[in-house]
Design a protein around this ligand. Structure first.
Ligand code: TXA
Ligand code: MG
Length: 358
């Protein structure tokens, strides 16, 4: 298959490009499109043969259900049975936007989409290109992130090509995405409702409207339908072995510097992924050693700018990985606001390898 790439203006997408993409969706083809979070790998959600192609292209296990994208809240009842009051509040406040609601599904949604679960995950994306595509195709679009399974999610069309060139029919290239981490998934088929994945809408925002919401913890059995992506811990994974450091920033910086130097001494090459302030503090701690040249530093936003950390996260992991380092030491941004989503992705990229510094 030859992958066709169409550049689109993110603010005023060319109707001809959207029309071509909408026809491809209707014809059961695979179309990659930008959303405000990450790029999605889309197919006609009510066409099982089209949905199967998503799993094949991504090499995604069949027990990992897909998010269904719709153009507006009025389309919910096409796929789901009713909307509890809390879900309605969230949708009215945060749609279109990085929020996914899990609701009881209608039979029209194929089991393939939901991995056999009696629920369906629905989201109205805010990105102009994504919305235009949903509107023009007129059908719900199933779309996971447009990466190969377990790789970091793509925030540019270049990332998509790295993983899926020759495996999809069309890529709408709308430039880099804004938010950079995926949508927040809130499951309303549980009582109380559960945040299955932290994302672009913060816990604080959800909690302000749904005070009884709880955050899902722990990991599930790999053979069960996956209620949240990272329940298979290894996810968003770089090739390098990654460790996530948590704790107060001064101690944390010293510990990362010491561990980086000893890793280099034992023949490793090390990438350090940390906010700019940490890198400034780190520089004198690694500079005097023979480690220089064996340590690659990669900024990840700034402590005071979690939006930027989220936006840059997946690209930073891909960039560091492309340098060929054998180990990555990452600094945790904590759990406030968007930090919770960034920390979640780092923890999964690190396959649960967390070092708490006290
Ligand atoms: O921001 C996003 O949500 C992006 C863009 C493309 O919209 N999409 C995305 O999809 O992140 P994906 O496939 O990477 O993550 C979907 C996750 C699945 O791993 C699954 O665990 C959860 O959503 N999910 C889907 N259906 C579910 C359901 N019925 N119940 C619980 N969780 C579900
Ligand atoms: Mg994904």
């Amino acid at each position: 298959m030859i992958t066709r790439i169409l550049k689109v203006d993110r603010d005023r997408p060319d109707p001809a490009a959207i029309e071509e993409a909408a026809q491809a969706i209707a014809a059961g083809k695979l179309v990659v499109f930008p959303t405000e979070t990450v790029y999605g790998l889309g197919a006609h959600a009510l066409d099982p043969a089209a949905v199967q192609k998503i799993f094949d292209a991504k090499e995604r296990p069949a027990n990992d259900p897909l998010i269904v994208h719709i153009a507006h809240i009025g389309q919910v009842n096409q796929c789901a049975v009713g909307m509890p009051a809390g879900a309605r509040k969230l949708a009215l406040s945060f749609w279109a936007g990085p929020l996914t609601l899990v609701l009881p599904k209608k039979p029209v949604v194929p089991d393939l989409v939901t991995a056999g679960l009696p629920s369906v995950a629905l989201r109205v994306p805010a990105h102009r290109v994504a919305r235009a595509l949903m509107e023009m195709s007129g059908v719900p679009v199933a779309a996971p992130s447009a990466n190969r399974f377990s790789r970091p999610s793509p925030t540019t069309a270049e990332h998509v090509l790295e993983d899926l060139d020759g495996r999809v029919d069309l890529i709408l290239d709308g430039g880099a995405t804004d938010i950079g981490v995926e949508s927040t998934i809130v499951d309303f088929t549980s009582d109380p409702p559960v945040i299955r994945r932290p994302g672009g809408i913060t816990f604080e925002q959800v909690h302000s409207l749904v005070p009884d919401v709880v955050v899902a913890e722990g990991t599930a059995d790999g053979d069960q339908p996956q209620l949240a992506p990272g329940q298979l811990l290894k996810h968003y994974a770089p090739r390098a072995e990654m460790t996530l450091y948590e704790g107060a920033s001064t101690e944390l910086v010293k510990r990362i510097a010491a561990d980086a130097r000893s890793a280099v001494a034992s023949g490793e090459t090390v990438g350090i992924l940390a906010p700019e302030e940490d890198l400034v503090a780190l520089a004198p701690l690694i500079a005097p050693s023979a480690a220089v040249g064996k340590i690659v530093v990669q900024p990840l936003g700034a402590r005071a700018d979690l939006d930027r950390a989220a936006r840059e996260l997946f690209a930073a992991i891909r960039t560091l990985d492309a340098t060929g380092v054998s180990r990555i030491f990452a600094s945790s941004p904590g759990t406030d606001g968007l930090g919770r989503a960034v920390r979640d992705r780092l923890m999964r990229a690190a396959n649960g390898r967390i070092r708490t510094v006290v």
